[in-house]
Write a protein that binds this ligand. Structure first.
Ligand SMILES: Cc1ncc(COP(=O)(O)O)c(C=O)c1O
Length: 421
């Protein structure tokens, strides 16, 4: 087990880390011991009842109406896939499917395109709408694309916004996109796999204003709600849409049919029939910690990323590529070079190599794990800093070490280049 990257390590900053609260481990162990089947109420009436109440509570936090419902799933990818199927069935006649168009952005998570492909849509049916300088979908561009498609006889049916863009932590303008979706009668999906958790922070929940206008909302608790794998959630504005797409029928399950509206059979709301009670450890964690504490843990991540940004701004030669947003920051070291006369020298390539090497060495030397990404053409370091265990002091130490590695690496790479080693 030591031969792996522990995604819950406080200094693992790649992808979306998974800092886990000890209550989630405990809740997980208890549920594994009982091995409750949460597909239907008669198999796990306690777990189904608690999960359904929890889903209702999450829907309220998101600002969704009482008609809302949802299902716990394995994670953001399956939540998004479930939303795509639900949207397709709610908005399209079967004969329209080949003409349907979905609007996303360059920063939309790859699981959306994967889900669309699984469902049978072609790449040509996906529009990547222009974004602004903060990588947020431009509402005016969205409207133009929709108009163009309608004129070509195509059928716009779904807009995907992101609350917590994986690369940057940014949030699309949910209200502006919801306005367009509403006026054009499109399904409005918000992928909040990462960022929806900000709704549980009293001081930052306003950042995610507009989630309540979603037709469906993805929200992962194994990202920023301190849960073990797996724990994802899909919320839908009107739960009847889930049932229309996923109702399960077979002669051998008739005895388990939902006897009343409070006896939910989750196999009627999603892809899986057999399923664990994924929401129970989350319920347990929330009961044990209380909402104030969970909110503080989320705020801590937001504060740490802002702190890191401040530290970088105080160092020489570091450039902020995308400022701290929801615990994520993108930056790079730009070595001060007096360009060698060698005509083959490419400063951008050199800069990319320096930053790739900074990340590699930080991991190799057991300092921390910032990883690289690309925003536009620029390769940069990206840190998602959400561990409640990490202190500002420890983070300051990490940033100092990165600065020292940056100086060392840029000198050694430049030397190699100049002397063609
Ligand atoms: C915005 C977003 N959506 C979806 C996903 C996929 O989630 P999962 O890995 O749980 O399937 C991720 C993963 O990082 C994400 O950041």
């Amino acid at each position: 087990m030591s031969h792996r990257i522990p995604m819950d390590h406080p200094k693992f900053f790649g992808f979306i880390p998974s800092p886990v609260d000890e209550n989630s481990y405990l809740g997980n162990m208890v549920m594994a011991m009982y091995n409750v089947g949460a597909g239907s109420w008669i198999l796990g009436s306690g777990a189904c009842t608690v999960q359904d109440a929890l889903i209702q509570w999450f829907a309220e936090q998101a600002g969704l109406p009482s008609s809302a419902g949802g299902i716990f799933v394995s994670g953001g990818s399956i939540a998004n896939l479930t939303a795509i199927v639900t949207a397709r069935d709610a908005k399209l006649h079967f004969e329209q499917r080949h003409k349907a168009v979905i609007y996303v952005s360059e920063q939309t998570h790859s699981s959306i395109a994967k889900g669309l492909s699984i469902v049978g849509f072609h790449r040509k049916q996906i529009r990547r709408v222009d974004h602004d300088l903060s990588y947020r979908i431009k509402p005016t561009s969205l409207l133009q694309e929709i108009e163009r498609d309608k004129k070509s006889g195509l059928v716009p049916f779904m807009v995907v916004a992101t609350c917590g863009i994986t690369n940057t932590g940014g949030i699309d303008d949910l209200n502006a996109l919801a306005d367009i979706a509403e006026s054009e009668n499109l399904w409005f999906h918000v992928d909040g796999a990462y960022g929806a958790s900000v709704l549980l922070s009293k001081s930052h929940r306003h950042c995610a204003d507009g989630t309540g206008r979603a037709d469906s909302l993805t929200w992962d608790a194994h990202k920023w709600l301190f849960q073990t794998y797996d724990c994802g959630l899909l919320l839908v504005r009107d739960k009847r849409h889930l049932i229309e797409s996923f109702a399960t029928d077979a002669s051998y399950i008739k005895d388990a049919a939902e006897a009343s509206s409070d006896r939910v059979n989750f196999w009627n709301r999603g892809i899986e029939m057999t399923q664990p009670a994924r929401g129970m450890k989350l319920w347990f964690t929330l009961q044990r910690l209380g909402l104030d504490k969970v909110g503080e843990m989320i705020d801590h991540g937001i504060d740490l990323a802002e702190f890191a940004e401040g530290v970088l701004r105080g160092f020489d030669n570091w450039e902020i590529i995308s400022p701290a947003q929801l615990g994520i920051i993108n930056f790079r070291y730009v070595p001060p070079i007096s360009q060698p006369s060698d005509g083959n020298f490419d400063p951008d390539d050199y800069c990319d190599k320096v930053n790739t090497e900074i990340s590699r060495l930080a991991v190799e030397r057991d300092i921390a794990a910032p990883m690289t990404t690309r925003l536009g053409k620029v390769l940069n370091l990206r840190m998602c800093i959400i561990s409640p265990q990490l202190t500002r002091n420890e983070l300051f130490g990490v940033m100092q070490s990165l600065d020292a590695i940056a100086k060392e690496v840029s000198a050694s790479l430049l030397h190699k280049k100049m002397f063609k080693m």
